[in-house]
Design a protein around this ligand. Sequence first.
Ligand code: 1CP
Length: 355
Amino acid sequence: MTKETKRLLRVLNGESVWPPPVWLMRQAGRFLPEFRALREKADFLTRCMTPDIATEITLQPIRRFGMDGAILFSDILVLPWAMGQSLEFIEGRGPVLGPIRSAADLARLDPARIPERTAPVLETLGRLRAQLDGPDAIGVAAPGSVTQIGFAGSPFTVSCYMVEGHGSREFASVRRMSYEEPALYDRLIALLTETTTEFLSAQIKAGAEAVMLFDSWAGLLPPSEFRRHVIAPTRQITKELKNRHPDIRVIGFPRLAGVMAPEYARETGVDVMALDTGADFAKIAAEVPNDLVLQGNLDPLAVLAGGDAMRREVLAIREAGRGRPHVFNLGHGVLPETPPEHVGDLIRTLRETGL
Ligand code: 1CP
C-alpha cells in the first residue's frame, strides 16, 4: 500500500487505479460561464498575473466537476513575455508577439527578468496548493485529494510563436529559420531549454506536484528535426528537473507526433506521455513500456457533441487503459463552445464502474 492519497499522483507514480483519475486540458477557462464573467474584469495577461484571479479560475472547474488535477491558469507565452518579448492577446485573433527574426532580436531578450515577472505565477501556485491541501479546501474537494499541475510550453512550440509572431497552421518561418540559420535557431532553442527548466523548477518549489510540457506543434517536424528540437530539449529539461527534484513527475505532450511517439516516450525520460486525439491508444499502449503512464485522449469534439456518442468513447478509452497507469484526459483542449453539462456527464460516466 502506498501512502499517497491523491489518485492522480498515484497514477503519475506508476500505479494503475480504477476508474482512472481525470483532468482536462484547458479545463480552466473559456467554456465556463463563471470564467467568462471574470473576463469582463481584466485582460488575459492581467488575469494570469493576478494571483486572486488566477487562483479563482484554476479552482472553478474543480468546484464544479471535481477533477483530480488542477492545472494552473496561465499560458505558455508567459515565458517569452517575461523575457521582454511584446505580447498581446487579441480577442478573436489570439496571441500577437513582436517576432524574433534576427540575432539582434534575440539579444534583446533578457532572461534575468524572468524571476521578477513570473513571481505572481509562483504566488498563485503557492496559494492553490495551500487551498487544495488545507482545511479551506471545503467547497472545492476533499482536502488533500487534488493534484496541482504546473506547466510550460516546450522549447519548440514556444519558439513557433516567438518567431512567427502569432498562431499559424504551418509555422513556416520557424521551420525555415532552423534550416537557413541553424546557429541562430539553436541559440533560441538553447535559451528556451534553459529558461523553461528554471521556470518549471521554480513552479515545483512553489507547489506544483507534477509539470506538463505542451508541445502542441511537435507534429510539424520531420524525424531529423523532431529529434533535434523536440526530443533533445525535452530530455534535457526532464533530466535536470529530476536531478533537482527527484520525485517530480513530468508529463510530455508531443501533439501529432504520430510514428515518432514511441521514440519520444523512450528517449525523453518523461514519466507520462499525453496522447493527442488521433493517437490509437491501444496500439501505442502495446508499443511503449508498461510502466509508462499514458494520458488521454478523448476527442474534444465528442465532448462538444455529448450524449451517447461521447459516453461510448469515454468507456472505450477507459477500457483501453485498463490494467495500466492511465490518466483520463482529452486529446487536445476543451473547445470554448462545449456545454458545461457535457463535461459533468463525461466525469460521471468515467467514474461509473457498474457498467
Ligand atoms: O480569454 C481568452 O480568450 C484567452 C484564451 C486563452 C486561455 C484560456 C489563452 C490564449 N490561453 C489560455 C489558457 C491556457 N493556455 C492554459 C491554462 C490552463 C488550462 O486550462 O489548461 C494552458 C495550459 C494553455 C496552453 C497553451 N497556450 C498552448 C498549449 C496547449 C494547446 O492548446 O495546444 C498553446 C499553443 C497556447 C497559445 C495560446 N494562448 C491562447 C491562445 C488562444 C493560444 C493558441 C493560439 C493559436 O495557436 O492560435
